[in-house]
Design a protein around this ligand. Structure first.
Ligand SMILES: CSC[C@@H](O)[C@@H](O)C(=O)COP(=O)(O)O
Length: 344
């Protein structure tokens, strides 16, 4: 089943805030509802956000009636701006929104715009599945039979429309018959690793062991990790932006001589930018001060404690051994190899 899809003029998604307790499908009939779902991470992960952005524009076209194409076009432009304001770091969200908006604005009647928007958004979703399968096949050659692979956050089916990026590489290696074991960092504070990655891998029968984020160094020191593979929210000329904790893993991997791989599609590259140009999302203090899953009302820190809660960090590209894309595996020097292989 796809993580996010279009059905009966609405956007439907697996509600990731409910996992692993319950599997629920959330239906968004308005852009506002979708925007809230994005903000609270019911749908999350860069490639899934690309699809969500595209579907969001399709939703803007369907959420009410319009008396003229000009009125409709004005409405979707405004709704696109709102969607782009929901989360700042993953560039894919903007890519999805802009792609469908541009196509939709070419339509000449309300009916035509409706058709175009849904078709283009569905294309984004289909292409995501295709490129992930490709990336998986390509990246699987980096993993050897018997490897133990550490990862952070969730980069699997749930972070994409299907299959995954970094987890997709692992999934493809397992599909090829390799015995791969995964160490999943829990990924505080929202626990995408412990709630989603372990759930997904266990569903597929892939061996996974959960650790807290602070255990990563000790586990590497003991020689228990052969490779690290992570996803990305945005790759700029000098850094990879990904879930908070990724930078720490890259430094630890370097210190222990462990290869550190990133898997991401071309649409995650924002090669015209540098790390200083990217906004790292800072999320609410409640995520750190309260237990956020079942026990939402219990404090786990003094209510008024000063909090810093960045959702992402920047890993310098010099810490990255290779980047897996649907166009091939890219090795340093990245300033030369990335534009060459991705034709940027
Ligand atoms: C294939 S997903 C790549 C990244 O988007 C993923 O690693 C990540 O950091 C997601 O963060 P999230 O805050 O859960 O949206």
């Amino acid at each position: 089943m796809r993580t996010i899809f279009w059905e009966e003029n609405a956007v439907k998604m697996i509600d990731q805030t409910k996992l692993p307790d319950s599997f629920e499908i959330l239906t968004c009939k308005t852009v506002e509802e979708l925007g809230e779902a994005i903000k609270r991470l019911s749908v999350r992960g860069a490639p899934a956000l690309e699809a969500a952005g595209g579907y969001g524009v399709a939703l803007a076209v369907h959420e009410r009636s319009f008396s003229s194409t000009d009125e409709l076009k004005e409405h979707i432009r405004k709704r696109a701006e709102y969607l782009a304001s929901t989360r700042p770091t993953a560039v894919n969200l903007f890519v999805g929104i802009e792609r469908v908006l541009k196509k939709a604005l070419e339509g000449e009647s309300i009916e035509e715009i409706r058709e175009i928007a849904v078709r283009e958004a569905n294309r984004i979703a289909d292409e995501d599945v295709e490129r992930n399968m490709k990336m998986g096949e390509i990246g699987a050659e980096l993993l050897e039979d018997g490897d133990v692979v550490m990862t952070i956050c969730n980069t699997g089916r749930l972070a994409t429309v299907d299959w995954g990026t970094a987890l997709g590489v692992i999934r493809s290696a397992v599909k090829q018959g390799k015995n791969i074991r995964v160490i999943a960092c829990e990924t505080r504070p929202l626990n995408q690793g412990s709630r989603l990655t372990t759930w997904e891998l266990m569903q597929d029968g892939i061996d996974v062991t959960l650790i807290t984020d602070s255990m990563a160094g000790m586990v590497m020191q003991r020689g228990m990790v052969d490779k690290v593979i992570v996803g990305a929210d945005r790759i700029v000329r000098d850094a990879v932006f990904n879930k908070i904790g990724t930078y720490t893993l890259s430094v630890l991997a370097k210190a222990h001589g462990i290869p550190f791989y990133v898997a991401a599609p071309k649409t995650t590259f924002d090669w015209g930018k540098e790390a200083k140009d990217v906004t790292i999302e800072e999320r609410s203090r409640e995520e750190l001060v309260y237990c956020h899953i079942k026990c939402r009302n219990s404090l786990i820190a003094p209510r008024d404690v000063k909090v810093f809660n960045p959702a992402f960090d920047a890993t310098p590209l010099e810490n990255v051994t290779a980047i897996v894309t649907e166009y091939g595996i890219i090795y340093p020097p990245y300033e030369k190899s990335v534009p060459e292989i991705l034709r940027l």
